[in-house]
Design a protein around this ligand. Structure first.
Ligand code: PEP
Ligand code: MG
Length: 883
C-alpha cells in the first residue's frame, strides 16, 4: 500500500478524483498544487491508514514512517527549512480531512515542530521573538489539549491569571518575555497534571499528532455529526501534514476565507472576509468580526474597516485571479481558505462551497448561461429535498413590524419561536412540541443538536462564514449572525438590546433574508416560484420520464399542487371529505342506520355534497388525470370514542346515548387496519360505492361542461387482495356509469383500477390485471402488510431499531427496496404481462421521497404521486433518476 501522497512545488501525486483516498481537503490541495497554484508543500496520509489504525489496536501501519520521512525531506527541500532544525526550522500543520466535509468536528494541531530550541531559531529567523514564543505557547496549548488530553481551559486559566497579574487586557499586549513565561507555566502544568514532560522531539510530536487526528474520527461529536448527515462511519479520515505559513506575522500578513460567488444569493461576485495579523482558525471561530475582502462587500456591509482590495491591492489581484481559475477549473462555486504571509499569498483549501438553495439554483442556472455546465448537470447540482427551503414562507412585506435588532442575513427564510439560550433548552422545548429560536453569542460544534431542532438561529457575534452561518445554511434554517447591537446575558437568561430586554420564552421572528430580528410572531407569505426556480424546473420537466401527480383531497390542496406543477391527482382520499363541515353528521347517520333503506336515505343526502366536492376538484384539475379512491377506512373511525363524545353526538343525533354506545361497541374491531375496511366495505355495503360512483360521474359531466375539458377519470378500489373483490366492485361502478350515461345522454370515459397494498395482490397481479386498468402502489399499507409492522405504532420502536443498527432507514419514509420493492417489481412485471398498457403509479408517502423515486424510475412506473409541497421535489428527483 502507498500510505502517503505528496504535493507541492507545482506537482502532486494525487488529484481531485482521489477524494476517497485523500479526503476532500487532501485531494483538492493536490489538485491546486498540480495546477501550479501557491500551495505550501505537504503530504496526505490516506484514509486507509486511518482504517488500519482502528483495525489494529490504534497502531500506525508499517511502512508509513519511511514514506512520511520521505515526504518531510521533500518539504524541507521545497521550503529550504529543516524539521527540528536549529536554524530555519520547518513547522507543520497536521489536519484531518474526510471524504465529506465535517466542519470543526475533528482535531487539528498547528505549529508542530516547536521545542525549546527551535523556538529560538524561529524567533531569530522571523526577526520576531514575540511571535515565536506566542506560536510556541499556541502549539503547547493545542497539542496539550488534542494530543495529551489536558482540557484547554487549564491553559486558558493560566493565561487569564498571567494577564491579570501583568495588568494586560488583551493577548496582543504580552511581550516576548511574558509569553516565554507563559510557556514555562504551560509546560509545568503538563508535567504536574500528566506526569510527563512536554515532548521535545519533533518526530515524536508528529507521530503522536497523526495518531490523535486519526482518533478524532471517532470522537463523540464527529460520530454524532456523521449519523446526522448520513456519512458512513467506515470511511475514516485522511491526515494532511503541511508546511506552516503564518498569517500572524504583522500587518502585511492576514488570513481569510472566500466564496467565489455569494453563498446566500448566488450572485456572481467574490465574497469573503479576512483578518489582518491572525491565524486561520480565528476567522471561522467568529471571535473577531472580520473585514470584507472586496470594496463592494465593504460598502454593502456598511463597515468602516478597509477591504483587502484596498489594503493589499496586488495580493488581492492575484487572489482574485486564482479564484476565477479555480471556479473555471472545477465548474462550480468554490469555498477557499488562504493566508498571506508578509505579502505572499498561499492557498490552503478549496472545495465546492456550501450555499443556500436559492443560491444553488441561481449558480446552476448562471453556469448553464455562461456555458460552463449543461442543463442536465445543473439539474443534478440541486439536492431535491433542499427545494423545501424555497417553498417555505417569508415575511409578508405589507404588514407592520417592529425591528428589535439586525445582523448579517446568513441563511434565508423566516421563522418565529420562543427564545432559548442553550442547545439543551432548544432540544427540551422541541420535545414538548414548542417552536424555538436559538439565541447565542456565537455557536460551536457542541451546539449542533440544538441548532437542528431550532426554527431559527440568532447570534450576536461572527460573520457570514462563522460556524452558525455555515451550519444554518446547510440545514436550511433561517439564521441571522453578528447582531452586534444585541447582547446575550446568559446569567439572567435574557437578550438585551437598546431600550429592551427579552426573556427566555418570549416570542420573536428571525428573518434570515433581511437580517432582522422582529418582535413577536409576524405574518408570512408564500414564495415566488418563477425566475431561476422556474427555469430549472422546466429543464427537469424536460428530462424526466415519469409524471408527477399529487395526493389531494381538498380544493386548496389541489390548487397548491397545481401551482407547484402537479400533473393531476394520484390519490383523492374521499374519506377526508366526510369529515368536513356538517358531513360528519350525515356520515354517522349512514353508519348507524339499522338497514339498507336507512343507509340509502343518508347516502341520498351525502350524494350532492360529494358531487359538489368532486366538481370543484375536477374543475381545478381540468384536462388532467384524477384518481378518486372509494371509501377506505373502517367505519368506526367516523364515530365518537370517549364517553363524553358519545353523549355529545347522541344529543346532536337525537339518539339514546346507550343505543349509540352499543352501536359503537358493535363496530369495534381488534385490528381495524386488517379489518372491515377498503373494498370490503363496498362489498358489504355496495350502496356506498354506488353513491360515490354516481357523485364522481355526475361531477365529471358537470365539470366538463363548465370547463370544456374533461378530466381523465380513474376510479380506484382500495385494499384488494382477490381479483373477485375487484370484479364485484367494478361491476357496481360500471352499472352506475351506464345509468348516468343514459340519464345525461353523454358517453362516460373512465378507468377502473386498484391499489396494490397487500402482498397477495402483488403476487397475483397478473390475475388482478385482467380486471384492473391501472395499479397504484399504496406503499404505506404495502409496507405495513409486508413487514407486519403497524404504521400507526411503528414510531415506538423504529428509532430503537435504527439506533441498534438493525435497520438504517425507516421503511415508512424510504422504500424498503429488498422486500416491499421486490413485491412492487413482481406486481409491475406480472401486471404488464397480462396488460401491456397497464398504468402504474405510486401514491404512498414514498412517492415524495427522492431515493424511492429513483427506484420507481427503475421499475418503470408511469407516475409518482405525493403531497403538494413535495411536488417540486418529486419533479426534480424524477429528472435526476432519468438522467
Ligand atoms: C397507502 O396505503 O399507501 C395509501 C396511499 O393509502 P392510505 O395511506 O390512505 O392508507
Ligand atoms: Mg392504504
Amino acid at each position: 500500500t502507498k500510505w502517503v501522497y505528496r504535493f507541492g512545488g507545482g506537482k502532486a501525486e494525487g488529484g481531485a478524483a482521489d477524494v476517497a483516498l485523500l479526503g476532500g481537503k487532501g485531494a483538492n490541495l493536490a489538485e491546486m498544487a498540480a495546477l501550479g497554484l501557491p500551495v505550501p508543500p505537504g503530504m496526505t496520509i490516506v484514509t486507509e491508514a486511518c482504517l488500519h489504525y482502528f483495525g489494529n489496536a490504534r497502531s500506525l501501519p508499517d511502512g508509513l514512517r519511511a514514506e512520511v520521512l520521505a515526504g518531510l525531506a521533500d518539504m524541507e527541500r521545497l521550503t529550504g527549512r529543516r524539521f527540528g532544525g536549529a536554524e530555519r526550522p520547518l513547522l507543520l500543520s497536521v489536519r484531518s480531512g474526510a471524504r465529506a466535509s465535517m466542519p470543526g468536528m475533528m482535531d487539528t494541531v498547528l505549529n508542530l515542530g516547536l521545542n525549546d530550541e527551535t523556538v529560538q531559531a524561529l524567533g531569530h529567523d522571523s526577526g520576531d521573538a514575540r511571535f515565536a514564543w506566542d506560536s510556541y505557547r499556541r502549539f503547547i496549548q493545542m497539542y496539550g489539549d488534542v494530543v495529551m488530553g489536558l482540557d484547554h481551559e487549564v491553559f486558558e486559566e493560566i493565561l487569564e491569571d498571567e494577564k491579570a497579574r501583568l495588568g494586560h487586557d488583551y493577548d496582543t499586549e504580552l511581550s516576548a518575555v511574558e509569553w516565554q513565561h507563559v510557556v514555562s507555566l504551560y509546560k509545568q502544568v503538563i508535567e504536574e497534571e500528566l506526569g510527563e514532560a512536554f515532548p521535545q522531539d519533533p518526530e515524536l510530536q508528529l507521530w503522536r499528532a497523526i495518531a490523535a487526528v486519526f482518533s478524532s474520527w471517532n470522537n463523540a461529536r464527529a460520530v454524532t455529526y456523521r449519523t446526522l448527515h448520513q456519512i458512513p462511519h467506515a470511511w475514516g479520515t485522511a491526515v494532511n501534514v503541511q508546511a506552516m505559513v503564518f498569517g500572524n506575522l504583522g500587518s502585511s500578513s492576514a488570513t481569510g476565507v472566500a466564496f467565489t460567488r455569494n453563498p446566500s444569493t448566488g450572485e456572481r461576485s467574490l465574497y469573503g472576509e479576512f483578518l489582518i495579523n491572525a491565524q486561520g482558525e480565528d476567522v471561522v471561530a467568529g471571535i473577531r468580526t472580520p473585514q470584507s475582502l472586496t470594496e463592494e462587500g465593504r460598502l454593502a456591509s456598511g463597515s468602516e474597516k478597509p477591504s483587502m482590495e484596498k489594503l493589499m491591492p496586488e495580493t488581492f489581484a492575484e487572489f482574485r485571479a486564482i479564484c476565477d481559475r479555480l471556479e473555471a477549473h472545477y465548474g462550480d462555486m468554490q469555498d477557499v481558505e488562504f493566508t498571506v504571509e508578509r505579502g505572499r499569498l498561499w492557498m490552503l483549501q478549496t472545495r465546492a462551497g456550501k450555499r443556500t438553495t436559492r443560491a444553488a439554483m441561481k449558480i446552476a442556472v448562471d453556469l448553464v448561461d455562461e456555458g460552463v455546465i449543461s442543463e442536465e448537470e445543473a439539474i443534478c447540482r440541486i439536492e431535491p429535498p433542499s427545494l423545501d427551503q424555497l417553498l417555505h414562507p417569508t415575511i409578508d412585506p405589507r404588514v407592520a413590524r417592529t425591528v428589535l435588532g439586525s445582523g448579517l442575513p446568513a441563511s434565508p427564510g423566516a421563522a418565529s419561536g420562543e427564545i432559548v439560550f442553550t442547545a439543551e433548552d432548544a432540544v427540551a422545548a422541541e420535545a414538548e412540541g414548542r417552536k424555538v429560536v436559538l439565541v447565542r453569542s456565537e455557536t460551536s460544534p457542541e451546539d449542533i443538536h440544538g441548532m437542528h431542532v431550532a426554527e431559527a438561529i440568532l447570534t450576536t457575534r461572527g460573520g457570514m462564514t462563522s460556524h452558525a452561518a455555515v451550519v444554518a445554511r446547510g440545514m436550511g434554517i433561517p439564521c441571522v449572525v453578528g447582531a452586534g447591537g444585541l447582547r446575550v446575558d446568559m446569567r439572567n437568561e435574557q437578550l438585551v438590546g437598546p431600550g429592551f430586554t427579552l426573556k427566555r420564552g418570549e416570542v420573536v421572528t428571525v428573518d434570515g433574508s433581511s437580517g432582522h430580528l422582529l418582535k413577536g410572531e409576524v405574518p408570512m407569505i408564500q414564495p415566488e416560484l418563477s425566475g431561476d426556480f422556474g427555469r430549472l424546473m422546466d429543464w427537469a420537466d424536460k428530462a424526466r420520464r415519469m409524471a408527477v401527480r399529487t395526493n389531494a383531497d381538498t380544493p386548496a390542496d389541489a390548487r397548491a399542487a397545481r401551482a407547484f406543477g402537479a400533473e393531476g391527482i394520484g390519490l383523492c382520499r374521499t374519506e377526508h371529505m366526510f369529515f368536513e363541515g356538517g358531513r360528519i353528521h350525515v356520515m354517522r347517520e349512514m353508519i348507524l342506520a339499522e338497514d339498507e333503506a336507512g343507509r340509502r336515505a343518508a347516502l341520498d343526502k351525502l350524494l350532492p355534497m360529494q358531487r359538489s366536492d368532486f366538481t370543484e376538484l375536477f374543475t381545478i384539475m381540468s384536462g388532467l388525470p384524477v384518481t378518486i379512491r372509494l371509501l377506505d377506512p373502517p367505519l368506526h373511525e367516523f364515530l365518537p370514542k370517549s364517553q363524553e363524545e358519545i353523549l355529545e353526538v347522541a344529543a346532536a343525533m337525537e339518539m339514546e346515548p346507550a343505543q349509540l354506545a352499543r352501536r359503537v361497541e358493535a363496530l369495534h374491531e381488534f385490528n381495524p387496519m386488517l379489518g372491515h375496511r377498503g373494498c370490503r366495505l363496498a362489498i358489504s355495503y355496495p350502496e356506498i360505492a354506488e353513491m360515490q360512483a354516481r357523485a364522481i360521474f355526475e361531477a365529471a359531466a358537470a365539470a366538463a361542461k363548465a370547463t370544456g375539458a374533461a378530466v381523465e377519470l380513474e376510479i380506484m378500489v382500495p385494499l384488494v387482495g382477490l381479483r373477485a373483490e375487484l370484479d364485484y366492485v367494478k361491476a357496481c361502478i360500471d352499472t352506475v356509469a351506464a345509468d348516468v350515461s343514459r340519464e345525461t345522454g353523454l358517453p362516460i370515459g373512465y378507468l377502473a383500477g386498484t391499489m396494490i397494498e397487500l402482498p397477495r395482490a402483488a403476487i397475483r397481479a397478473h390475475v388482478i390485471a385482467e380486471t384492473a386498468d391501472f395499479f397504484s402502489f399504496g406503499t404505506n399499507d404495502l409496507t405495513q402488510t409486508t413487514f407486519g409492522i403497524s404504521r400507526d405504532d411503528a414510531a415506538s420502536f423504529i428509532p430503537t431499531y435504527q439506533r441498534k443498527g438493525i435497520i438504517v432507514q425507516d421503511p415508512f419514509i424510504s422504500l424498503d427496496f429488498d422486500g416491499v420493492g421486490e413485491l412492487i417489481r413482481i406486481a409491475a412485471e406480472r401486471g404488464r404481462k397480462t396488460k401491456a398498457n397497464l398504468k402504474l403509479g405510486i401514491c404512498g408517502e414514498h412517492g415524495g421521497d427522492p431515493t424511492s423515486i429513483r427506484f420507481c424510475e427503475e421499475v418503470g412506473l408511469d407516475y409518482v404521486s405525493c403531497s403538494p409541497f413535495r411536488v417540486p421535489i418529486a419533479r426534480l428527483a424524477a429528472a435526476q433518476a432519468a438522467i
